[in-house]
Ligand binder design. Structure first.
Ligand code: SF4
Length: 149
C-alpha cells in the first residue's frame, strides 16, 4: 500500500502512536499465544527466508467485531501450533527477534495495550490488517506465487 514515500512500518508506528519495544514479561509472552500480525512486507521476508511452511492462510475477524470492516480480512500469517503458541515461540522467546524478522504487530506490541485506550481505527492490528486489503500489492502477489511453488 502506498504511504506517499513513508515506509509501511513507519506509517503504522506513527498512526498507532507505538514505538518498537522488547519486553519478556509474562503478559507479553502470553500475547504469543495468538501469532502477531505481519504486513505483506513482513510475511514476504519470512517466505524469502525459508519459513513458508510455518505460515498459513487465515481470516482475520476482529475487524468485523470492532466495526472497522464488514468482512474478514484474508491474509497469510504464522501458524498457531498444537501447544497453543505461535510457531515461532520457544522457551519464552521469539525465534524471529534476533533475525530482525519479527512481524510488525509483535515489534510494536506491549503489555500496556489496554482496552480502555483502544481506538479501533488506530489499533495496531487494524493498521497491519488493512495492508492486506491492497489489491495492487506486489508483495501479496509475490507471496502467493512463492507459496504455490
Ligand atoms: S512471531 Fe514472535 S512475537 Fe510474534 S507471536 Fe510469534 S513468537 Fe510472538
Amino acid at each position: 500500500m502506498s504511504h506517499f514515500g513513508e515506509s509501511t512500518f513507519s506509517y503504522i508506528m506513527r498512526k498507532s502512536g507505538r514505538k518498537p519495544i522488547s519486553c519478556q514479561c509474562e503478559k507479553c509472552q502470553s500475547q504469543c499465544k495468538t501469532p502477531c500480525l505481519g504486513t505483506p512486507e513482513d510475511i514476504l521476508k519470512l517466505v524469502k527466508a525459508g519459513y513458508g511452511d510455518r505460515l498459513t492462510p487465515t481470516e482475520w475477524w476482529p475487524g468485523v467485531i470492532m466495526g472497522v470492516c464488514k468482512e474478514p480480512v484474508y491474509m497469510i500469517q504464522a501458524i498457531r501450533e498444537n501447544n497453543g503458541y505461535c510457531t515461532f515461540f520457544h522457551d519464552g522467546k521469539c525465534e524471529l527477534h534476533s533475525l530482525g524478522l519479527k512481524p510488525t504487530e509483535g515489534k510494536l506490541s506491549h503489555h500496556t495495550t489496554r482496552v480502555d485506550n483502544f481506538v479501533p481505527k488506530k489499533s495496531l492490528s487494524w493498521l497491519v490488517a488493512k495492508e492486506w486489503l491492497d489489491e495492487k500489492s506486489t508483495e501479496i502477489s509475490e507471496i502467493c506465487e512463492m507459496l504455490q511453488k
